[in-house]
Ligand binder design. Sequence first.
Ligand code: MN
Ligand code: MN
Length: 322
Amino acid sequence: MDDATLPSATQIPRFSGIRTFMRLPYAPGIGTPRPDIVIAGIPFDTAASFRPGARFGPSAIRNISVLLRPSNQFHRINALERLRVVDAGDVLAVPGEIARTYANLEQRWAEFVSAGVVPVGLGGDHSVTLGELRAVAKAGGPVALVQFDSHSDTWDNYWGVRYTHGTGFRRACEEGLLDPAYSIQVGLRGSEYAPGDLDDTRELGFQVLLAQELSSMSPVEVADVIRARTAGRRVFLSFDIDFFDPSCAPGTGTPEVGGPTSAYGLQVVQRLTGIDFVGFDVVEVLPAHDPSAITALLGATLIFEFLALVAVRRAAAATRAN
Ligand code: MN
Ligand code: MN
């Protein structure tokens, strides 16, 4: 392994230095050796329907991410010794200009995907995922979506605007980027605009696990449902931080009470082993409403768990090959 591992926290304090995710190397281009995973910020938030401010999500997640130690206790693996992971900085997001932002984002993501790198996006509001999906699907065809969210984000429009953080997955279906028959939305809850709103997302073909269903399921059972739904497919995992109860993740734009705890959500994610993930993101972290940085820390921890999932899958594949 080359030097894409972390500086030792026992030699250099974790709070020192210029911020990248977990103090990983900063590498704006796909250099050599080729990384396995690239983490990049997408600081765009002007497609939010309520509170703006998620443009500061990437910097908040990076800032607190230095608290994470490299080894994953659950999987007993140090993903950063097994994978080359770099921080590519931020996509050029243009406030108020979603089309230009999508063009920049898709181009950046296409560079990652065409190089065989798994991209991890730091949002930004949830509109950014559509741009990521365009690049991922263009390279390898429609993907299965695993969406953790308190909302379905499958509305048709807000105020006549078709590209918002609440409409992205309907657009993704229309553009043929997703395979809804293998996709699942987890954690949906809250008030609706009209009775039966969630029928729309089921009509698109998504499986739905409501938050109220999660309360009678163990994390292992939830992970099993997700694994069964996505079996054999290339999978994109999009994690809207408002999946969590606002007591665990207050820093977000459209909070919904009555959600899962951080412990529960992390235990579900930890058990998503054996899935062929081709992309990840964490979106809707809004630092202005996150005075203690717990929401950003939760977002950073999710990414830490994503890295372990990729490392565990590759280790298993290498074992089978030997
Ligand atoms: Mn969302
Ligand atoms: Mn949401």
